[in-house]
Design a binder for this molecule. Structure first.
Ligand SMILES: *[C@@H]1O[C@H](CO)[C@@H](O)[C@H](O)[C@H]1NC(C)=O
Ligand SMILES: *[C@@H]1O[C@H](CO)[C@@H](O)[C@H](O)[C@H]1NC(C)=O
Ligand SMILES: *[C@@H]1O[C@H](CO)[C@@H](O)[C@H](O)[C@H]1NC(C)=O
Ligand SMILES: *[C@@H]1O[C@H](CO)[C@@H](O)[C@H](O)[C@H]1NC(C)=O
Ligand SMILES: *[C@@H]1O[C@H](CO)[C@@H](O)[C@H](O)[C@H]1NC(C)=O
Length: 588
């Protein structure tokens, strides 16, 4: 048992195919009353209230859960692994954040499931089961802090703590449809929490209510008090939304409308993040060299993601190699070998990348700017899905989370309802140290965001229509390109697609008619022109094309009528004039 854990873990580390192994061992579990979120129930009660006139504890009345990487005195921390639990004793000290929260008036009610050794971002744990995502039960909850996200999403606690190295709080927040906050690097003390990758690690928390998210922040953040300030500019990272599989408009519309309503139109801005980063993180060029990446449009972001993956693995091994070796001495040598290639320079350039991306984001955001990006690239994957084990999925999913992980900036995941029955979200990022500013901003704008989500849900029909209209236009553009390249059949296919998506546009029929003419399919060309004219009786091109089709089919009188009609609509049109003269000469 011990050896199989370690082997699987190494497979996960090195090749990322553990998901496949897990898929082979599908678990059948009965419905669980707590959605499988908890590993251990416990009660840490807050101290009595101080006597008046002193203020009551700031978190009075709230209850919370903690991911099982936080130590609680008297309990064994499992770190998501039965082997870990077996080889460690009960802790003698409670982690500082947990005791601060309890001292602050909140009650801790239990420890929640995390991914094995907090390593992955999926939320599938073979030791403790997969917590059920209340927002999408057939999909993964996201990891590593899966149980904490689920406990909040299911309403079992008011807030919950998790750990976030490469997205471990932000991703499950997005997948489960709750608010999730990753503070700036090193502003929340992490003593008494098992480290994953220290230069990336942050303690984060989930909540449904933005005021709870903020109250927890004000207690935990070791940052000087700052006056509430208005955001100067929201930068919508247009290129990042292009990467998302959820239509960009579905995500940005709610945010832009809410920002406009609450702070005014003048605070809306746009940025192409890839361009912004490309010139500012030169040390990442070494990460792109010799690497295949399908989309060179995002080479800086993908390189940033790879650098983060490298640091994550490297530092994780630094922390836990010894233990893993003690459980399973023969570690797969090829993985170690790969990592030690050029190790020092890779560490150096990854560490440099952290500084550079922080400087690049500071230059953009300054004290009071906010960057808006998608949290993840799409819907949570189905349980046991193959994509979970693909390297591409991992690199791509973490390319958006790598911005905050690598820069150390703070980030909040904001749920935006569902799209195609899947929870969707965006993320807001502020500069390193801008945590209070970000939490204040979210509290100010959140109710409006939820209003806009409702408005959008109610207008779902019209927005669906708008989307298919957009897609139809895109198909037409493709058809036009194919037409220019004289790929007639391809053009016809594209126009057909456009008509399928939106059958109320005369141009689509008229353009398809032009392609049919090129293929000498005159009957089809004629029929398309008739459809076009039915929709738009003033479409000159369709009369000209139908005239041509009819001329070729031998309907000369009808052809003359069409050309004449074109001439009525556009009296100076030589094409029509010439055709009429030709036909009249031939068939007087
Ligand atoms: C390690 O390197 C070898 C040879 O360079 C390669 O075949 C293998 O896929 C690499 N493994 C990983 C986990 O990258
Ligand atoms: C890339 O790596 C090479 C050697 O590994 C190093 O000399 C060079 O300075 C690096 N370039 C950047 C921009 O970090
Ligand atoms: C890495 O950085 C250290 C400290 O800055 C430096 O001494 C060392 O030469 C660097 N190594 C490489 C390969 O660039
Ligand atoms: C659109 O919203 C209405 C309620 O507002 C709902 O009944 C309907 O199922 C939704 N349709 C789709 C396709 O989501
Ligand atoms: C005749 O009208 C069509 C459609 O508006 C146009 O594409 C074409 O260029 C015109 N031809 C001339 C010679 O004006």
């Amino acid at each position: 048992m011990a050896s199989s854990t370690a082997t699987n873990l190494w497979v996960l580390l090195g090749l990322g195919i553990a998901g496949v192994l897990l898929a082979a061992k599908r678990l059948r579990r009965p419905a669980r009353p707590d959605s499988g979120a908890f590993i251990t129930r416990l009660e840490l009660l807050p101290p009595p209230q101080p006597p008046p006139p002193q203020a009551r504890h700031p978190l009075t009345g709230l209850c919370f859960a903690i991911a099982d990487a936080f130590h609680v005195s008297g309990y064994i921390t499992s770190f998501g692994s039965l082997e870990w639990a077996k080889t460690h004793d009960a802790e003698t000290q409670t982690s500082l954040v947990v005791s601060s929260l309890v001292d602050g008036g909140a009650m801790c009610v239990g420890k929640t499931v995390i991914d094995e050794m907090a390593f992955s971002i999926h939320g599938e744990n073979k030791h403790f089961g997969i917590p059920t995502n209340p927002a999408a039960p057939d999909r993964v909850p996201g990891g590593c802090s899966s149980g904490s996200a689920v406990a909040v999403a299911a309403g079992m606690v008011d807030f919950a703590l998790g750990v976030d190295a490469i997205g471990g709080v932000r991703i499950p927040g997005s997948y489960c449809g709750v608010l999730a906050f990753r503070p700036s690097h090193a502003v929340v003390p992490n003593s008494g929490v098992i480290p994953v990758a220290p230069s990336l690690d942050a303690i984060g928390w989930f909540a449904r209510d933005p005021s709870v998210l903020r109250r927890v922040g004000h207690l935990l953040l070791r940052l000087p008090y700052a006056d509430i300030r208005q955001p100067r500019l929201f930068y919508i990272a247009d290129d990042c939304f292009e990467m998302s599989k959820v239509p960009a408009r579905r995500l940005t519309q709610v945010i832009t409308k809410s920002v406009e309503k609450v702070f005014g139109r003048q605070v809306l801005g746009h940025v192409n993040l890839e361009n912004h980063l490309a010139s500012r993180i030169p040390c990442l060029r070494n990460y792109s060299n010799g690497q295949k990446h399908g989309d060179s449009k995002f080479s800086s972001l993908l390189a940033l993601s790879r650098a983060m993956q490298f640091l994550h693995k490297h530092e994780f091994k630094d922390q836990h190699m010894e233990w893993i070796n003690s459980v399973k001495p023969a570690v797969d040598a090829s993985i170690v070998g790969n990592l030690s290639d050029d190790l020092e320079s890779t560490i150096n350039s990854s560490q440099d990348a952290r500084k550079e991306v922080r400087a690049a984001l500071s230059a953009l955001l300054k004290d009071d700017g906010i960057l808006v990006i998608p949290t993840v690239l799409g819907c949570p994957p189905k349980l046991h899905a193959r994509e979970l084990s693909s390297l591409d999925y991992n690199v791509q999913t973490s390319c958006l989370t790598s911005l905050a992980s690598m820069s150390g900036c703070c980030q909040v995941t904001v749920p935006l309802g569902t799209h195609d029955k899947c929870p969707v979200s965006v993320s807001l990022i502020a500069r390193h140290g801008g945590d209070r500013f970000l939490l204040d901003t979210i509290q100010t704008i959140y109710a409006t965001i939820q209003e806009q989500v409702d408005v959008l849900a109610k207008s779902n029909v019209s927005s669906k229509q708008a989307m298919s209209e957009e897609a139809a236009e895109a198909a037409k553009e493709k058809g036009n390109i194919a037409f220019k390249e004289k790929q007639w059949q391809k053009a016809i296919n594209c126009y057909t697609e456009a008509i399928k998506l939106n059958n109320k546009v005369a141009t689509y029929y008229s353009n398809r008619a032009a392609a049919f003419l090129e293929l000498a399919s005159f009957r089809q060309a004629e029929a398309d022109c008739t459809s076009a004219i039915d929709i738009d009786p003033k479409i000159v091109k369709a009369y000209l094309r139908r005239g041509t089709a009819r001329e070729m089919l031998g309907y000369y009188k009808e052809a003359v009528d069409d050309f004449s009609h074109a001439l009525v609509l556009e009296p100076m049109n030589k094409t029509a004039g010439v055709a009429i003269n030709r036909l009249k000469k031939l068939f007087p």
